[in-house]
Design a protein around this ligand. Structure first.
Ligand code: HEM
Length: 427
C-alpha cells in the first residue's frame, strides 16, 4: 500500500490505513480537501468506521461502475449502519415489501426492469414536460417575490423537484409535505448514522411510505391514468414474468426518493457554487446560453451525490490495492470529479470547462442515472428563471450546515438576499 503522509494515528490491525482513520464519511464540509490528499497519498484506503474500501481516483472509480460482472450493486441501498434485529422483525411483520428493482438490483433482473422503466423515464418524455416544469419553477419563484431575504432550500428548492416527480406519478401537490418528510427520513435510515431507537422510529415511517406506494399502485389498477405506475401496469399486462405488482410498487418507491432528494440538494449546491464564484454567476446572467455548461460544472464541482456503493464479487485489485471478494466498496464520485488528472485545475469552478460533462455525478454503466436528463432540465430551467428575476442575488453571510449522510451532500439552509428584481447585472 502507498506510503502514508496523513497526520494522526494509524488504525491498528489489518488493513492498516491512515487515511481511513481520518476520513469522516458523514461530514461533507472538509471532504474535498481531504480527498485531494487521499488521491495523492492513499488513493484506495480502508475505512474501519463504516467497513468500506474507499476509491478516490476517477481512473479507478469509472472501471468499477463499468464492470457489473465483478462488482455487485446489491449493496447500494443497504443501511450503512446495520439494522438491529428488532427493526428487521418490525418491518417484516408489518408488511414492508420493498424489493431491489433498479439501483440496488443486479442482472438479469435489473435489465428486465430497466427496459420497462426506460420506456417512461427517458429524455423524450422529460422534454415534453418542460412547459409544465417551467410553470412549477415560475410558481415557486412567484412565491418569493417581494421578499428580500429567503432560504433557497425551505422557501424554494425543498418541494420543487418533488412537484416535478409528481407530474410523472400523478400525485397531488398537497402530498408534498408528507412525502418530503418520509424521504428525508429514508435518507437517514439508509445513508445516515442513527442509533437503534432512531432506526426504529425511522422504520415506522418507512412502512408508511411503502404503504403509500402500494396504495398508489392499487388505485391505478382500479383507475388507470397516464402516469408511471399506470404505464408499468399496462406493460405488465397481468404477467408476473414481465413485471410483478410488487416490483411496480418498488419502482414507485424508488422514484419517490431518487427523483427529488438529489435535485433539491443539487439546486442548493449549484446556486451556492455560482453565487460564491460571483464572476461565473454574472456570466450566466449576461448570457443564459451558458447555463447548460454551468449545470455540468455544478454537477462536477458540487454534486449532490458524492459517493456510491458496490460489493466485490471476486478478488480484485483496484489502484494496485488487493481487495478480497465480498468487500464493501465506496466509490468516491465527488472526489473523482475533482481529480486533477481528469480535470485540469480541478479546484477551479469554471462554467466553460471543456470536459465538465466527463463527471460521474450520475454514475456510469448499466445503472447510469435514469433521471439525468430530467435533473439537467430542471436545473437549467431553475437557473434560467432565477437569473432572469434576481441577477443581484447574493449569499447571506452565515455558516451553511450540510445534510449529514454518507452519500448525499447539500445545504440544509441557504440564506440569500434576492436583490432588486430583473435590473440586470450590477456593474
Ligand atoms: C442531480 C440529481 C441526481 C443525481 C446526482 C443522481 C445520481 C444518481 C446516481 C449516482 C445513481 C447510481 C448510478 C450507478 O449506480 O451507476 C443514480 C441512479 C438512478 N437515478 Fe439518479 N440522480 C439524480 C436525479 C435523478 C432524478 C431526477 C431521477 C428521476 C427520474 C433519478 C432516477 C434514478 C434512477 C431510477 C436510478 C437507478 C438506475 C438503475 O439502476 O438502472 N435520478 N442516480
Amino acid at each position: 500500500m502507498t506510503q502514508l503522509q496523513f497526520d494522526g494515528p494509524v488504525v491498528a490491525g489489518c488493513p492498516i490505513s491512515s487515511a481511513g482513520a481520518q476520513y469522516q464519511p458523514f461530514d461533507h464540509d472538509s471532504m474535498y480537501a481531504f480527498m485531494q490528499r487521499a488521491r495523492l497519498e492513499e488513493p484506495v484506503f480502508y475505512c474501519a468506521e463504516i467497513g468500506y474500501w474507499v476509491v478516490t481516483r476517477h481512473a479507478d472509480v469509472l472501471p468499477v461502475f463499468r464492470d457489473p460482472d465483478r462488482f455487485s450493486a446489491a449493496i447500494a441501498l443497504t443501511p450503512v449502519k446495520p439494522l438491529p434485529a428488532a427493526v428487521l422483525a418490525y418491518l417484516r411483520d408489518n408488511g414492508y415489501g420493498a424489493e431491489a428493482t433498479q439501483v440496488s438490483c443486479d442482472r438479469p433482473k435489473h435489465t428486465r426492469i430497466r427496459d420497462f422503466a426506460m420506456q417512461v423515464l427517458n429524455a423524450r418524455e422529460y422534454a415534453a414536460l418542460e412547459p409544465a416544469i417551467r410553470a412549477i419553477v415560475c410558481r415557486c419563484c412567484d412565491a418569493l417575490a417581494g421578499r428580500e431575504r429567503v432560504d433557497l432550500i425551505a422557501d424554494f428548492a425543498y418541494e420543487l423537484p418533488a412537484l416535478v416527480i409528481f407530474l410523472l406519478l400523478g400525485i397531488p401537490d398537497e402530498d408534498a409535505p408528507k412525502i418530503k418528510k418520509w424521504a428525508d427520513n429514508r435518507l437517514l435510515f439508509t445513508f445516515g448514522e442513527l442509533d437503534d431507537a432512531g432506526q426504529m422510529r425511522a422504520a415506522e415511517q418507512m412502512l408508511d411510505y411503502w404503504k403509500y406506494c402500494v396504495a398508489l399502485v392499487e388505485a391505478r389498477k382500479r383507475e388507470p391514468g397516464a402516469d408511471y405506475a399506470s404505464k408499468l401496469l399496462a406493460m405488465r399486462a397481468g404477467d408476473d414474468a414481465r413485471l410483478t405488482e410488487n416490483e411496480i410498487a418498488s419502482l414507485v418507491f424508488g422514484l419517490l426518493l431518487a427523483g427529488h432528494e438529489t435535485t433539491t440538494n443539487m439546486t442548493g449546491n449549484a446556486v451556492r457554487a455560482l453565487l460564491s464564484h460571483r464572476g461565473e454567476w454574472e456570466k450566466i446572467c449576461r448570457d443564459p446560453a451558458l447555463i447548460p455548461g454551468a449545470v455540468e460544472e455544478c454537477l462536477r464541482f458540487a454534486s449532490s451525490v458524492v459517493c456510491w456503493r458496490r460489493r466485490s464479487l471476486v478478488d480484485v485489485v483496484i489502484g494496485g490495492v488487493p481487495i478480497p471478494a465480498g468487500s464493501n466498496i465506496l466509490l468516491a464520485t465527488g472526489s473523482a470529479n475533482h481529480d486533477e488528472v481528469r480535470f485540469p485545475n480541478a479546484e477551479a469552478f469554471d462554467i466553460t470547462r471543456a470536459n465538465a460533462r466527463e463527471h460521474i455525478a450520475f454514475g456510469n454503466g448499466i445503472h447510469f442515472c435514469l433521471g439525468a436528463a430530467l435533473a439537467r432540465l430542471e436545473l437549467r430551467v431553475i437557473l434560467e428563471e432565477l437569473v432572469a428575476r434576481w441577477p443581484g442575488m447574493r449569499l447571506a453571510d452565515e455558516p451553511i450546515d450540510m445534510v449529514r449522510t454518507l452519500a448525499f451532500r447539500g445545504p440544509l439552509r441557504l440564506m440569500v438576499t434576492l436583490g432588486a428584481p430583473g435590473l440586470g447585472v450590477p456593474a
